[in-house]
Design a protein around this ligand. Sequence first.
Ligand code: SF4
Ligand code: SF4
Length: 537
Amino acid sequence: MSKRRTTLKDFSHKPGQLVELDRRQFLPLPPPYDKWDTEPEIKPLSEERQRQLECDLDGISAFKFPRPQSEEEKRRLVEQFLAGLKKLFERENNWTFQQALFLTMEYCARCQTCATACPIYAESGKMDIYRPTFRSDIVRRLYKKYVKAGGKFFAVVSGNDIDVTWTMVARLMELSYRCTLCRRCAQSCPIGVDNGLVTHELRKIFSQEMGVAVEALHTKGSVLQLEAGSSTGMTPAAFLDNVEFMEDEVKERTGLSFKWPMDKAGADILLIHNAGEYLAWPENPEAFAIILEAAGISYTLSSDIVAYDGVNYGVWYDDVQLAKVALKHMETARKLGVKKVVIGECGHAHKALTVIADRVLAGDLNIPRESSMTLLRDIITSGRIKVDPSRNDDITTTLHDPCNLVRLMGVVEPQREVLRAVSNHFREMTPHGVDNYCCGGGSGFAITQDLNFPDFREIVSGRAKLRQILNVFQDIIGPEHKKYVCAPCSNCKGAIRDMFAAYGLFERCNILYGGLVELVVNAMPEIERPFLEWDWH
Ligand code: SF4
Ligand code: SF4
């Protein structure tokens, strides 16, 4: 099996697993993970799974798609794929990013600047199939052959022909899930080609035309959120119970006793958290409640179905699902009559509701939306709450930049202003800001826990971030120093948690991860006991 160069002919025709991931080819990590045997392994699927599921790209299965049982079924799936491809280029069927997609299909200087920028390609040891343009070249050839007038003839005479087989479509499906949509490639391209967008549009074909999506994103994500109220499965009644529990917990931890504002019509702000916070990291919404209460901010939470969960997984794979969830969020905001919606520490929720939803929200549903990063910055810099950074003096902090906040939205400085105000020992990773590396969990990777996909996330897609974290703390890497990776994004925290667990980073290096607001509350002088509990969760 080829480890590096892969031809399109092989991609369409070669039977069996196309490439094999070999960790000896991966970029090395700094101490204490500088020996290969200190790293976790990528586990192969069982022989039975390999027989059952499409995994002929690299031996990993994200989609868990069953192998078709007949040639007829394969033909039907290929036809569906091509029908979906054509719809991507029809204005009435694709209203989100069509112009950018057309430009990306028409132009590429083949300079490979984007390849240098892509962490998955670089970390894998430059495995050809993960090169940003590998995926795009396939889609570009398909577009030129099947969408453009006279395409089939020109494909042959230009030498850019491509065979569409089920083998190719199945591999392309999995390949659409080897990209975190971090858009580092798009930022680096000198002519504005967006290879991340190609990944996104491919996933739309599979979901919107073929009804195929990663379970964690669709059935256990968007569908569950729209039916139960949250992608966590938390119903409105359970949410209210959880809030009551968190009110009690705040009292126990801080001595502060107050009710969290709920369904309060006429409040200035509707605050929406990723519901994962309530279950996995309750200290985050608790810290928000403490800060907003102390600052005297007029805000409310909502117990309406969907509106207490800022998650919108459609942003990664399906415009229809994105629109359904975004409309629910904004219908609640309109009903409450708030002046704006503020999104908690969740990067993809920022992207979905502030940037992409602008293409869906019309009239009185287009209520202003704001990042919690700017709200927190305003609270701190205006002196509405008091903070004393020396209260965090036993911890060295660094900041992870969520891709959607920084590269997509340009929210770079507000979180730094907050962090500098509450920490005397803050260090930047290299690179940072809009040049950051993804946590490895972007585009749904963080929530995909099936089969051997987590191995790919922890060992390949999160590798650049892990190296940055180890490097920034390299001079104090021993467990005697307390170190904190501030990750103001629920999705990133999930990826970092799983990566830290796989490598044992808390136990070996005493590095903890968490949100931004927890550090803020830890620095508030009126709270006697440290708010940040230094334990692994
Ligand atoms: S950087 Fe842009 S022009 Fe260069 S190869 Fe990548 S997509 Fe093409
Ligand atoms: S979006 Fe990120 S992971 Fe995907 S191809 Fe571009 S640089 Fe690589």
